[in-house]
Write a protein that binds this ligand. Structure first.
Ligand SMILES: NC(=O)c1ccc[n+]([C@@H]2O[C@H](COP(=O)([O-])OP(=O)(O)OC[C@H]3O[C@@H](n4cnc5c(N)ncnc54)[C@H](O)[C@@H]3O)[C@@H](O)[C@H]2O)c1
Length: 463
């Protein structure tokens, strides 16, 4: 199949590379000429494990190419995947202007019938608007358009694995022919007919992914409903963690047992600084606004959002309680990315933590395996180091903001000796309180017993 990919961000690149690996002919374009030039030169504009290898292999084998000429890309494909960003507007609604721009471009550039697939996350009923826009923008060209929704569930950090080994593929379609075309595209992935860059020598045998065929409206809604439910789980765990702190229970013990119930499951119940990234915060907001417009009260979701926004406040309260005066204190940050194994800092809690620490006059230093370059464009005034030990040297406090595995395996005994005051506040519950205590650290985290830093409020409850 000949496929065009519009938008070369996290989703566009992973989708393009994996569909090329599945044997299709894929042409990718983006309206950022620097990004296209970098990709043509074999440089990766983002960090995502395994993506560089799979991109390079498929470019070499002439199944995958990049062009800055959007018209050329549109004409090259029978199926066009729209993978552009849908960021939040001030109102919280999804900004669909990039989708609208792409619709205009496809309608004017196409010379033959096309299937246009929404891969970007969009609110329900966008498909209808997209179809209308394609018709309205179409001049006398030969383009006949069908529209489908194929929401993407990949997670940054494991995106290639998620795409090649999905748990489900959702197809929102209106015609039999569209369903057949999309089934053909995903066939090699469903049947395991690709070279997997993640597993060697062979992929583990897992349950075959489900192909879920729905209406376009349902497919669009499935994506928002999935992300919103995961966000609800995280906020729920965070409130339970706050309660654990107050009554002297341990969130890790509680969640381990709660998560063993198969009706609940252990995932997305980690307490800490809360969720960030390009998906959850904006998708939750867009879903709330969609519900409002439809006259449905989604207070449940508003509460999850409110809880999440309060996590940074609670974290900084822990920092203030421990440091007393923040001004002029040397504060080291371990982690900037919104989650491990990515360089993405969009809506990362670290950004708000930095902003507030700087406002309070702290001297901030930071280390992140992949996200320092991006953070530096927003906060050039803080110090960055590739060496966690340099960030710890003479620091009054170390704050853990992202649960990168390498931070877990640091030589904490050495860090203890390097710090001016051995104080660690762990926003991701990455480390074991017992171990930190043995090393002699003052240590605080979320929802777990800590001797000195979080006053348990058990006495208040007895009244
Ligand atoms: N990042 C994720 O983990 C993830 C997962 C699932 C779904 N999604 C959804 O997929 C969509 C894309 O997300 P992303 O993280 O890849 O975004 P991104 O910002 O990394 O990439 C979007 C790309 O689209 C390009 N673009 C914007 N307007 C364009 C236009 N008119 N023509 C051509 N290119 C244009 C941008 O230059 C950019 O390179 C969003 O709707 C997002 O919600 C993202």
């Amino acid at each position: 199949m000949r496929i065009s990919m519009i938008g070369c961000g996290y989703v566009g690149l992973v989708t393009g590379a994996c569909l090329a690996e599945a044997g299709h002919q894929v042409v990718c374009t983006d309206n950022d000429p620097a990004r296209i030039a970098a990709l043509q030169a074999g440089q990766m504009p983002i960090y995502e494990p395994h993506l560089d290898a799979i991109l390079a292999a498929n470019c070499r084998e002439n199944r995958l190419s990049f062009t800055g000429d959007a018209g050329e890309a549109v004409r090259a494909g029978d199926v066009i995947f729209i993978c552009v960003g849908t960021p939040p507007l001030e109102t919280g609604e999804a900004d669909l202007s990039a989708i609208d721009n792409v619709a205009r471009m496809i309608a004017t550039e196409a010379r033959s019938p096309k299937l246009v697939v929404e891969k970007s996350t969009v609110p329900a009923r966008t498909g209808r608007q997209l179809k209308r826009a394609l018709e309205v923008y179409r001049r006398n060209g030969g383009g006949e358009f069908r529209v489908a929704s194929n929401p993407e569930f990949l997670r940054e950090g494991t995106a290639v694995e998620d795409f090649l080994h999905p748990d489900r593929i959702v197809l929102g379609v209106e015609e039999e022919a569209t369903e057949q075309q999309l089934r053909e595209i995903y066939g090699p992935i469903l049947e395991g007919r690709f070279r997997c860059p993640v597993h060697s020598p062979a992929c583990p045998s897992t349950k075959a992914p489900q192909m879920v065929v729905t209406t376009i409206n349902s497919a669009e809604l499935i994506k928002h409903a999935s992300n919103s439910f995961l966000a609800l789980k995280i906020s729920y765990a965070n409130v339970v963690a706050d309660l654990c702190e107050r009554v002297g229970a341990d969130i890790e013990e509680v969640i381990r047992a709660v998560g063993l119930d198969p009706r609940i499951g252990p995932q997305f119940l980690r307490a800490g600084l809360g969720f960030g990234g390009f998906c959850f915060p904006k998708d939750i907001q867009a879903f709330i606004r969609l519900a409002e417009r439809a006259g449905v009260d989604f207070g449940l979701l508003k509460e999850a959002e409110r809880v999440n926004k309060g996590r940074v406040d609670l974290f900084l309260e822990k920092v203030r309680r421990a440091l007393w005066v923040v001004k002029d204190k040397k504060v080291g940050l371990l982690g900037l990315a919104f989650k491990p194994n990515t360089d993405d800092i969009r809506f990362a809690p670290s950004l708000e933590v930095i902003r507030r620490l700087l406002a309070e006059g702290a001297q901030v230093r930071a280390c992140d395996p992949k996200a320092m370059e991006r953070t530096c464009t927003i906060f050039p005034q803080i110090q960055y180091s590739h060496d966690s030990y340099e960030v710890a040297r003479d620091a009054d406090a170390l704050l853990i903001l992202t649960e990168w595995d390498e931070f877990r395996h640091l030589n904490w005994e050495r860090i203890y000796r390097l710090m001016a005051r051995p104080l660690v506040i762990d926003g991701r519950n990455l480390l074991e309180p017992e171990m930190m205590k043995e090393f002699g650290f003052e240590y605080d985290s979320f929802g777990r017993p800590s001797d000195s830093l979080t006053p348990a409020l058990v006495p208040a409850l007895t009244h």
